[in-house]
Design a protein around this ligand. Structure first.
Ligand code: PHE
Length: 346
């Protein structure tokens, strides 16, 4: 008995058609694979040993020689085509996965670049730089001295007699070095005046910012470590009027043209006459800023200068309170606890 579907030619056509379907299905699955792992699974499934395509091989035996050759060729071609599609898809996905992995594992080792936010200077450092800028604009140079000083630079050369009560006002922190009482943390920036005057010949027009130390308990308006800026002018024929004029010019340059300054008689061992200086805000209120006066002749002599030839004035004031007042900070301690949430505001 013969059946149309069982004639060799029809059986071969059926197989070719089925190979075509399997190949189309395999290509679609390869194209749909989204990972290298999926491609590998699809490969095993579609052209591997246990795949439907491979199983067709066994049915070649039921064909005549012609059919075997024809269908065998088609089957081989389909398997090769799927293998090629697999290889291509795998290459694409491997490249994508490599890129993704590189991005995921990338460490940002970028250095600070222009235009990239990178922190900023501390409020007090900003104030020091602003003050330096103003004084440099007025013709001053900037000088520095050591924070650990000798008793002579901090007191002796500045005309503090030994055991004089004025020393007690400075709550000195002594350093355990050499002779007892010989070495200390500078209590003001005035010793830098001595460093300047003993370092190079006059004239001097210098400002000296820096850190100073006093054994104070920290509270809203005091810190045991704070900052001052010192000014020193020594030249021929320098008068008290030059001092007052310089203080006022500075006040207007730093705070604004609508600020004024005043001097009140005071006492410092290293200046004579001495004064405190205050500035007046546009709203009429006064802010006590610092001390000043004509450099005492004894100080000039102690530094090797002839007071008959050279005269000068000096001034000094605290920077921290100034910076705090300017930015509405009402507790000095906030400036130095280094809480980033506080610091980033300025
Ligand atoms: N050194 C003084 C202080 O710390 C301030 C001052 C400086 C006064 C210069 C006069 C001249 O109080």
């Amino acid at each position: 008995m013969t059946d149309a579907s069982s004639t060799p030619a029809t059986a071969a056509d059926d197989l070719v058609a089925e190979i075509g379907r399997l190949e189309d299905d395999a290509r679609a699955r390869v194209a749909a694979a989204t990972t290298v792992g999926e491609v590998r699974a699809v490969e095993t499934d579609t052209i591997g040993k246990r795949s439907a395509l491979n199983a067709l091989r066994k049915r070649l035996g039921s064909l005549d020689a012609d059919g075997r050759r024809t269908v065998g060729k088609v089957l081989h071609g389909a398997t090769e085509a799927v293998a090629a599609a697999v290889a291509e898809r795998r290459a694409v996905l491997e490249a994508a996965e490599r890129t993704e992995q590189l991005l995921a594992e990338r460490l940002d080792l970028t250095e600070v670049l222009p235009g990239r936010p990178a922190g900023h200077l501390h409020l007090v450092t900003q104030a020091i730089q602003d003050l330096e800028d103003v004084f440099v604009g007025m013709g001053f140079t900037v000088a520095e001295g050591p924070e650990v000083e000798t008793d002579w630079h901090n007191f002796g050369a500045l005309n503090f007699p030994p055991d004089h009560p004025a020393r007690d006002e400075y709550d000195t922190l002594y350093v355990n070095y050499r002779e007892r009482g010989s070495t200390l943390l500078r209590t003001h920036t005035s010793p830098v005046q001595v460093r300047v005057m003993t370092g190079t010949p006059p004239p001097y027009y210098a400002v000296m910012p820096g850190r100073v130390f006093r054994s104070d308990t920290a509270d809203a308006t005091h810190m045991p470590v704070f900052h001052q800026i010192e000014g020193l002018v020594v030249d021929r024929d320098i008068t008290f009027a030059d001092l007052a004029g310089t203080i006022d010019a500075f006040t207007k340059a730093y705070f604004g043209g609508d600020f004024t300054s005043r001097l009140r008689a005071s006492y410092f061992p290293f200046t004579e006459p001495s004064a405190e200086f205050d500035i007046q805000r546009p709203d009429g209120t006064w802010l006590e800023l610092g001390g000043c006066g004509m450099v005492h002749p004894n100080v000039l002599t102690n530094c090797g200068l002839d007071p008959d030839e050279w005269q000068g004035f000096a001034f000094g004031f605290g920077i921290d309170r100034l910076a705090a007042a300017r930015h509405g900070v009402d507790d000095l301690r906030d400036l130095f606890t280094n809480d980033i949430r506080f610091l980033t505001q300025f």
